[in-house]
Design a protein around this ligand. Structure first.
Ligand SMILES: [Zn+2]
Length: 151
């Protein structure tokens, strides 16, 4: 498990769903079961847990101590736009938890998730999806290319 300590939560990047149970050393986790998980034939597009955001199982009073977690099953990342929507999905759950489901903070909640997703993607903490056929170039590279094309 790759563990990234963010200020308000722990980002857990697992190679499969089993790692989530192993990380917390539990047999059940928020209604999910390690035996069911072990029996589930995980494949790139079909996994037992794609992602999960919740309190730590050791935070029985929901005091956010230890920090809540967001788990992403990296087996489910396929260099597809669905990687990004999965990340945003899980960070929305995390944002709701951070704001104690106070829907009056809707804009702040969604913006928190968006900013966090941008941070994780910008810093390549989550491999970013590159749309096929689109080559991103730096401004400097574009200028250099333009100069060469004009020769
Ligand atoms: Zn969900």
């Amino acid at each position: 498990m790759k563990v990234i300590n963010r200020p308000q939560y722990q980002l857990l990047l697992g190679k499969d769903s089993m790692e989530l149970f192993e990380y917390f050393d539990v047999d059940t986790l928020h209604g999910l079961n390690v035996v069911e998980c072990a029996l589930y034939p995980e494949m790139k597009h079909d996994v037992y847990i794609a992602g999960m955001s919740n309190y730590s199982p050791y935070d029985v009073l929901h005091m956010k101590k230890p920090k809540p977690f967001t788990f992403i099953n990296t087996m489910r990342l396929n260099n597809s736009f669905e990687d990004i929507t999965l990340l945003m999905h899980e960070l929305m759950h995390q944002a709701m938890l951070q704001y104690d489901w106070m829907i009056d903070y809707e804009e702040q909640i969604i913006s928190w998730a968006e900013a966090e997703a941008n941070y994780l993607l910008k810093h390549s903490i989550i491999p970013s999806y590159q749309q096929p056929g689109i080559i991103t170039m730096s401004v400097e590279d574009k200028r250099q290319l333009l100069l060469e094309l004009k020769k």
